[in-house]
Structure formats: structure tokens, C-alpha cells
Design a protein around this ligand. Structure first.
Ligand SMILES: [Fe+2]
Ligand SMILES: [Fe+2]
Length: 455
């Protein structure tokens, strides 16, 4: 037994030596591989930092059942900027099956002097009610694959989100609102944004905050954007708005992408640039767009309200120029921002509150960001719900002859609700479902006497 043991021990010793050597070699190999990997990874990331597409954003097109717009931004430009699209498969995506669309590119000089390149494509000839995967890049460095879904070509029920001004302290204070909106309505087909996206369109830090706050939401749910006064220069110039977004071109000549309309599953949504509310060409275009409307429902989106709820504001001229068109052509609902307060009217016709089943228009202005104004007392008689010092998001549902609306505060509480029902003849009835609580609170109103005393 002994020799055997001794031989075995020798064998064991040599095995241990060999194994130890292998472990040492292996660990040296692994360490050098890891160092190599990390080097390669850091190279990839530094290249990606410069070249990676950022600020990827979907916008609803004029033909949402068969097309989809996407825009993004790059630091250096390239003549190979492009997007790829494929009907979403259940398994891994094969690049060879994707269709390539070459991007349009426009440069923008921001306030800090940096030149950035905004790219965009419109995917066309898509199938209705179909989920697609897309990515954007330069042919070498790509975004992740994202999904979107085309609209149905029939007026089937759907929901969407509507939000007022984001504007200030966007990353810190708006993130929770936009994210909760999506959690409340994960099936939302688009987001209506009533303008004042950022306080200063040339301040690139604010745009960074805006895209970062929404995260991937903007990459998977398209938006309908209406320009606010803060989104354009004070003279109405749009050096950043139009290069940055790919919006419908069916607006008035020379004002495309600022005013436009979208027909989405039985609803005509009209985005109207309220910064130029008295522009004649735009008013002519609006009348034509309202008169020639195949949809059962009409929703008008603009930034500046017709019945202001923000301190010291009024909009008599806007009412004079535009409201008669609403009443002539049967606009159902007007969605607005600008006043940094919440206000929702009863049905109004020719400047008077009317009965729920009489012809009339419901007006809402809301705010989703943290900038807050005091309430305006002037239009209080028109308001069913009114509030200051609340951030809100809204979820709307269209289901055949019913349009329902819910407004939620930033902490997720239902603040306002109503429904409009429509007959085949186009007659409507307003059904109020607003919760009963202490709003509007006296302390939220602008106090004219106090303000005078202070001066
Ligand atoms: Fe505004
Ligand atoms: Fe604003």
C-alpha cells in the first residue's frame, strides 16, 4: 500500500502543480482579457458619446395610420444619418429585413454657441394598427430598437394624454408628472402638448432636462406639439422648433409645423399657433380645416387660453377672432396652457354659459410643470373647476359617441372629470363628473387690493 500511496502523493503533487499553474495562467489571461474588454468598451463609449443619436422623439403625422415621424439630434453630422424600420417580430430583429430611410438634417446654433444637427425621417407606406420597431443612427452607431404603433384606419376607441406648460425646473419637477401620466394611461396613443415646453428655446440645458425627464416615453409614444410663446422667439421666429421636430406640413403656407391638423380614429385635432392668432392666412386655413372635416369629433389645441385663469390675463381679441369659428363649425373641446393654473369651463356659446345639451364649447387650460400663477377672478363665473398651485396631467378617451376627460394632480388624485356625448346629428350633452372639494381656494386668487397696496 505504501509505495502506492507514495506514487499517488507524487502524482497528486504534480497534479496540484499543474492545476495551480493553469489557474495562474488562466487568471493572467482573464485579467488581460478584462483589461482589453474594458479598453474596448471605453473606446466604444467615447465614440458613442460623440456619435450616438440623442433626443429621439416621435411625432404624430397627418396620416397616422400609415406613417410615423421621428427626429433626433447628433453632435457631428454625417451624410449617412438614417433610420431603419421593421414590422416588430416576436423574436430578435434581423437588420437585413429592415427598411432604411435616409434622414433630413438641419443645423441649429444654440445659445452657448454650439452647433447641433437635428435629423428626421417620416416612415411611410406603413400598415394601420401595426406595431413597428425602429432605430436611428449613422449606419454604424445606432440607438436601441424602439416600438411604435400606427393608428387604426377606422374610428375605434382610444385614449390619449394632454399636458400644459412644462417650462421650468423640468427635470426635477416635471419628471414625476409625465411618468405618472404614462402609468395612468399606458395605452395612450399620443401626448397632446399645449406648448411652453421650455422657458428659453435657446437654452440647451432646458432641452436636455425636457428629454431626460420623459426618458424613453418620447421614443415610443408620439406627440402632438403646439408652440407656446416661450417656444419661439418673441418675433415668432422658429429657429429651433421646426428644425428640431418633424411635424405635419398641412398648415397654412409659411406656417407649416406651427399650425396643422391630424385626423386620428374619428377625431380631428387641430394644433393652432396662438402666437399669431390674428394672422389672416392662418385664420383662413382654420376656417377651411373646420369646414372640411370628416371626423365626428373636433378638438382644438392652442397655447394661449380664450378664457384665462391666470392672474391679470384676458383674451378678448382671441375670442373675437376665433370663437365664432368654433361655434359655426361645432368644435367640441379646446385644450390650452399658458396660464400656469387649471381652469375648465362649462359649455359656452356666444359668451354665455349654456345648458348641458345646448350647442357650445368646453375650454380647458392646464399646467404640468412647477411654475405657478395666482388665479384670475375675472372668468370665475365660466369655470366648473379651477385651481392654482397644482401640477396636473389629463387622460382623454374617445369611444364612438362619447368623449371622456379626467384630470389628475401630480399626486395621482382625480381633480376633474366630464364626458361629452354626441348624437348622430352632432348634438352634444355635457355630463359633469368633477369631484366636490374646496377648490378654488380663496388664497389662490390674485388679490388686486393687496397688489395695489404693495405698490
Ligand atoms: Fe405661455
Ligand atoms: Fe408658460
Amino acid at each position: 500500500m505504501k509505495p502506492f500511496v507514495s506514487i499517488e502523493r507524487k502524482r497528486m503533487s504534480s497534479r496540484i502543480l499543474i492545476i495551480s499553474l493553469l489557474v495562474v495562467f488562466a487568471s493572467i489571461f482573464v485579467t488581460s482579457q478584462a483589461a482589453d474588454q474594458s479598453k474596448k468598451l471605453s473606446e466604444v463609449f467615447s465614440a458613442a458619446d460623440d456619435m450616438a443619436p440623442e433626443r429621439i422623439f416621435l411625432a404624430v403625422t397627418a396620416e397616422p395610420a400609415t406613417s410615423q415621424a421621428v427626429s433626433w439630434r447628433t453632435r457631428p453630422t454625417s451624410n449617412t444619418l438614417q433610420a431603419q424600420i421593421v414590422a416588430s417580430p416576436g423574436g430578435p430583429i434581423t437588420e437585413d429585413e429592415a427598411t432604411v430611410v435616409k434622414a433630413m438634417v438641419e443645423s441649429v446654433v444654440y445659445g452657448d454657441g454650439q452647433t447641433m444637427f437635428h435629423a428626421g425621417v417620416v416612415f411611410e407606406n406603413l400598415r394601420p394598427s401595426t406595431r413597428y420597431a425602429y432605430r436611428v443612427g449613422d449606419g454604424k452607431i445606432w440607438s436601441e430598437w424602439n416600438h411604435f404603433r400606427t393608428a387604426d384606419d377606422k374610428p375605434v376607441p382610444f385614449r390619449f394624454i394632454y399636458m400644459g406648460d412644462q417650462q421650468n425646473d423640468i427635470k426635477s419637477q416635471w419628471s414625476r408628472v409625465v411618468r405618472d401620466a404614462l402609468l395612468k394611461a399606458p395605452d395612450a396613443r399620443f401626448i397632446v402638448n399645449a406648448g411652453d415646453l421650455v422657458n428659453d428655446p435657446f437654452d440647451d440645458r432646458l432641452w436636455y432636462e425636457w428629454y431626460d425627464a420623459a426618458g424613453w416615453i418620447f421614443r415610443v409614444i408620439p406627440s402632438i406639439l403646439t408652440p407656446g410663446n416661450h417656444d419661439l422667439r418673441s418675433n415668432g421666429a422658429d429657429e429651433i422648433w421646426r428644425p428640431q421636430f418633424v411635424l405635419p406640413l398641412n398648415g397654412p403656407s409659411g406656417r407649416e409645423e406651427l399650425s396643422y391638423f391630424v385626423d386620428y380614429q374619428g377625431v380631428r385635432l387641430i394644433s393652432f399657433d396662438g402666437n399669431a392668432f390674428d394672422n389672416e392666412a392662418q385664420l383662413e386655413w382654420l376656417e377651411k380645416t373646420l369646414a372640411d372635416n370628416p371626423c365626428a369629433w373636433t378638438i382644438f389645441v392652442t397655447h394661449q387660453p380664450f378664457y384665462s385663469t391666470g392672474s391679470k390675463r384676458d383674451s378678448a381679441e382671441r375670442r373675437e377672432f376665433i370663437v365664432p369659428l368654433f361655434e359655426r363649425y361645432g368644435v367640441d373641446l379646446v385644450l390650452q396652457g399658458h396660464d400656469h393654473t387649471y381652469g375648465r369651463t362649462s359649455k359656452i356659446h356666444t359668451g354665455q354659459i349654456v345648458k348641458p345639451d345646448e350647442p357650445g364649447v368646453v375650454y380647458v387650460s392646464s399646467v404640468s410643470g412647477p411654475k405657478m400663477y395666482k388665479l384670475n377672478r375675472r372668468n370665475r363665473p365660466f369655470m366648473v373647476r379651477m385651481a392654482g398651485y397644482l401640477q396636473l396631467f389629463q387622460v382623454l378617451a374617445v369611444n364612438g359617441d362619447s368623449l371622456s376627460y379626467e384630470a389628475y394632480t401630480a399626486d395621482g388624485k382625480l381633480f376633474d372629470a366630464f364626458e361629452i356625448r354626441k348624437t348622430d346629428l352632432g348634438e352634444t350633452r355635457l355630463i359633469d363628473r368633477a369631484p366636490k372639494d374646496e377648490h378654488p381656494r380663496e388664497e389662490d386668487f390674485y388679490n388686486e387690493d393687496k397688489s395695489r397696496a404693495a405698490k
